[in-house]
Design a protein around this ligand. Structure first.
Ligand code: SAM
Length: 285
């Protein structure tokens, strides 16, 4: 599995300890600390075991069924515009999620009038098992696509790991990689960096069964600034306006400059609060 060299000299890290320079955490209750230690145990065990059952390939649905009128129309329009058929490589559930992310990207891109993007390197932060790699590939047509996930060794009930799934999702995508790494230490230039639902408050970290030591948005976003090319764009999707405004304050703290945000309508998989997409550029030199 490809792992890039870390960049411990980066200002986001304390060179004496090699650990991220974390920001002050909000006060945690004793219960939260205990939960965090419990999750840390499993997280580090997963890292050490690095278990793999081999590549996991989904059984393609081939055809989507039981769609509502809105879903049918929206998907047909995305299929025409992007010439994709996610269901030919994924189950109905995954394909619907993929059309949903494509729809959100497409909406946000038009609302913010962002320029069409092709080529270049696209990085995605916190990719889970990278089930949406085909979406990013379809939308950005990048020269290189990289998903970076810190907990890539998480094991599912069928004993396949996130890494096994990711290998299945990216197998037909040219120049696409899945790296199991902490993005706070991931040093590599990118033209576009995406983050779908990054952790910007501590509660979701615990809800995702991860230790609070992984929560340091300021260090994470500093690394985005470090990796982003001068002309690059950082795109972030958050759950609702409140979370988006917390996320925006972290981005501003590291000097990123906003270049638009909008609320999106999740038409294919309706949910509240509505996702919010924001776009950022590097601080001026
Ligand atoms: C809320 S989940 C979103 C997952 C995925 N982006 C999606 O939209 O389905 C956040 C993800 O970020 C990952 N993550 C958290 N901190 C990270 C870090 N420092 N580097 C890389 N991944 C990280 C978590 O393990 C988790 O998979």
């Amino acid at each position: 599995m490809p792992l890039l060299a870390t960049d411990m000299d980066h200002p986001a890290f304390d060179t004496s300890t090699g650990h991220p320079r974390t920001t002050t955490l909000p006060p945690c209750s004793l219960q939260q600390r205990v939960r965090s230690h419990y999750h840390a145990f499993w997280y580090h065990l997963g890292e050490r075991l690095a278990w793999s059952r081999g590549i996991y390939r989904e059984r393609p649905a081939q055809k989507l069924h039981d769609l509502s009128g809105v879903q049918y129309e929206r998907i047909a329009s995305l299929q025409r515009r992007f010439r994709v058929r996610f269901e030919q490589r994924a189950t109905q559930t995954t394909a619907l999620r993929q059309y949903d992310y494509l729809d959100l990207l497409n909406q946000g891109w038009s609302a913010l009038r962002l320029p069409t993007s092709t080529g270049g390197t696209v990085q995605d932060i916190g990719s889970s098992n990278f089930w949406y790699a085909p979406v990013l590939h379809t939308f950005f047509r990048p020269a290189k696509l990289i998903g970076v996930e810190v907990e890539g060794h998480r094991i599912y009930i069928n004993r396949y790991s996130r890494h096994d799934y990711a290998q299945g999702y990216i197998q037909d995508l040219p120049n696409t990689e899945f790296h199991i790494q902490d993005y706070r230490r991931y040093s590599s230039p990118a033209d576009i960096i995406t983050a779908w639902y990054p952790f910007v408050t501590p509660a979701p970290v615990l809800a995702w069964r991860l230790p609070l030591s992984l929560f340091s948005p300021q260090v994470l976003f500093s690394q985005v600034v470090h990796n982003l090319q001068p002309h690059g764009l950082f795109l972030m999707v958050n759950q609702g306006r409140d979370e988006a405004s917390v996320a925006a304050s972290w981005c501003s703290k590291v000097g990123m400059v906003p270049c638009g945000s909008c609320e999106l309508r999740a038409r294919l998989r309706p949910r509240l609060p509505a996702p919010t997409l924001s776009c950022w550029i590097r601080p001026p030199a």
